[in-house]
Write a protein that binds this ligand. Structure first.
Ligand code: CA
Length: 229
């Protein structure tokens, strides 16, 4: 991916630049809104990482400007503020995703890749979930040369969790998206499918991806760290 990082804190931008470059991406950094404007005018980025608090302009205004000009590049907003109101404001303004500092680098990369994949029509062959490859086209999980097929429901549940990697997704959201708004069966059908997915990760001996249960809230796809469900 070609990534633009707009961030004025040198430590943060260095960290993102180094990490993304090591992962094989091409990265430009702009430390001000003015620099970011110039870069976006002359280069074609796959994704933009945009800090909310910049010295000359706030990230949200810059985002509004770009959207008004028809710049459709997916934008991941970074911010130290995490209130629900600001999150909603960021997303309404046209941010495609939102991450609150401090964040886990693996999660950051997974979200960037998810944005890029969605923007490119979701047809990119596969995405890595930690040490497991998830192919949306073939509806398969693979690791170390072993491949498992996903059933239709398993695939849809995992897709929803992947699009929101790191976030808690509630049972009712999963039911609404996967089974439809008129589903009137047992809500624990979700738990059953989460169980099937966990079994597949287990069969693949996955170590860096898991589905965590967040008691009373729902489920969260965790990528990059070991976590016991
Ligand atoms: Ca800042």
């Amino acid at each position: 991916m070609r990534v633009l990082v707009v961030e004025d804190e040198p430590r943060m931008s260095e960290l993102l630049h180094r990490g993304l470059t090591e992962d094989g991406h091409t990265v430009d950094v702009g430390a001000t809104g003015a620099a970011a404007r110039e870069l976006v005018r002359y280069a074609d980025y796959d994704v933009v990482v945009l800090d909310w608090g910049l010295p000359d302009v706030d990230g949200l205004s810059l985002l509004r400007e770009w959207r008004a000009q028809g710049v459709a590049t997916p934008v991941l907003m970074l911010t130290a503020r995490g209130t629900a109101g600001e999150k909603v404001l960021g997303l309404r303004t046209g941010a495609d995703d939102y991450l609150v500092k401090p964040f886990d680098f693996e999660e950051f990369v997974a979200r960037l890749e998810a944005l890029h994949r969605r923007a490119s029509g979701g047809t990119a062959g596969g995405a890595s979930l930690g040490d497991v490859e998830f192919s949306r086209v073939r509806r398969q999980l693979s690791r170390d040369g072993q491949t498992l097929d996903l059933t239709g429901r398993e695939f849809q549940v995992l897709r929803v969790l992947q699009d929101r990697v790191g976030d808690v997704v509630s049972r009712s959201e999963l039911i609404g998206t996967v089974w439809g708004p008129h589903f009137d069966g047992e809500p624990n059908v979700v738990d059953v499918y989460i169980g099937y997915l966990r079994a597949k990760f287990r069969d693949l001996e996955a170590e860096r991806v898991s589905i965590a249960t967040v008691r009373g809230a729902g489920y969260r796809l965790v990528v990059g760290t070991k976590e016991t469900p």
